[in-house]
Design a protein around this ligand. Structure first.
Ligand code: KG4
Ligand code: ZN
Length: 340
């Protein structure tokens, strides 16, 4: 098989979305499909891990079939399979891993476990306007808030991270406190659009001291206390929370850009869908002559396309898992990845 004909099937199942992607060396992203479990977890106000695993089992094979059909690709045309091996929910990861390894074994093709956050980090490479290495990456999701010095694929140095809640988690918890619907992040962002800036002033945690780490749990507590005192002003509270969170992220990005000397910033992960964050970072980018890159809206949150791409870039260089063992890594640092 020549690299030119290489086609990678990607499987994402680390949390509450089943995602499938097909990436070809010749044509780029050929097809992708997503099944979101939002409705399943909505009545519980958060992801129920056991329900997530069970639903991945139901969805993954039909979704692979549908994606192949959509891309007009036969299963026998697939050169290799990439799947999310971690970090994430163990049961959910096991579903993708077991399906990927079994399929690869039966088709006699390689499989490779991909780091979910590397998937997010590389997602902007699926766009026409791509960042060039090196760059600074701000990864903002439900489980992580990371500032990463990216010199090449697989060469990651974590410059800063959250010491407590991830920023997406803080959005979700603050939304829950105010009785908003799950998933809280987008609901809070929508409510904030109706809020007036400046009515409430929230702190910008850890911005008044040196360093690149984050802390978002205090912001959530501040929101809870404000909401208890002013229960009728939800939109203004949502606005104050969003402004404080996005300003905090911007201040740390500006600092990290200064420190690294980089003129390119990649922003990815679920919270990179947030319009206020994009506006704040775009303004900072203009002021500091920094180019800012995002994935398209659909690829900010979890998806199979980013896993197909991240796996593909390694598989075409010959990286594969050594055996068909079903191995998952629910906890896994980006710094432990192999360079390509
Ligand atoms: O990357 P992702 O889909 O899953 C993880 O890897 O965690 O990120 C999900 C997170 C959730 O916390 C969700 O509330 C947040 O991203 N999110 C948003 C928005 N869209 C998704 N937060 C703020 N504003 C949004 N528009
Ligand atoms: Zn994610």
């Amino acid at each position: 098989m020549s690299v030119a004909d290489f086609i990678t099937l990607g499987i994402e199942s680390s949390c509450d979305e089943t995602g499938i992607g097909l990436y070809s060396q010749k044509d780029g992203l050929i097809a992708h499909q997503l099944f979101s479990q939002v409705k399943i977890h909505q009545e519980y106000g958060g992801v129920v891990p056991e329900l997530a695993s069970r639903d991945h089992i139901q969805r993954v094979l039909p979704l692979i079939k549908a994606t192949l059909k959509d891309g007009k690709i036969k299963l026998s045309d697939v050169s290799a399979i990439a799947y999310t091996a971690g970090p994430g929910l163990a049961g959910a990861l096991l579903v993708g891993s077991a399906v990927a390894q079994s399929l690869a074994w039966s088709l006699k093709i390689p499989a490779l476990g991909v780091h979910h956050m590397e998937g997010h980090l590389l997602a902007p490479l699926l766009e026409a306007r791509k960042p060039k290495f090196p760059f600074l990456a701000l990864l903002v999701s439900g489980g992580h808030t990371l500032l990463v010095d990216v010199t090449a694929i697989g060469q990651y140095k974590i410059l800063g991270e959250s010491l407590d809640d991830a920023v997406g988690e803080a959005f979700d918890k603050t939304a829950k406190i105010m009785g908003l619907e799950y998933p809280g992040g987008p609901a809070l962002a929508m409510l904030a659009q109706r809020g007036i800036e400046g009515i409430f002033e929230f702190p910008k945690p850890l911005t008044d001291r040196p360093g690149l780490d984050f802390s978002f749990s205090g912001l959530k507590t501040f929101a809870r206390n404000t909401f208890t005192q002013y229960p009728m002003q939800k939109a203004d509270i949502a606005k104050a929370f969003e402004v404080a969170a996005t300003q905090t992220l911007m201040i740390k990005c500006r600092r990290a850009l200064k420190q690294t000397g980089y003129k390119a910033l990649v922003v990815a992960g679920g919270v990179s869908a947030n319009e206020a964050l994009r506006n704040t970072l775009d303004t900072m980018g203009i002021k500091s002559s920094t180019e800012v890159f995002y994935p398209r809206q659909d690829f900010c949150t979890d998806n199979g396309a980013m896993i197909a791409l991240a796996g593909h870039l390694r598989l075409i260089k010959g990286q594969t898992s050594k055996s068909n063992k079903i191995i998952i890594k629910p906890r896994w640092s980006l710094e432990d990845l192999q360079a390509v």
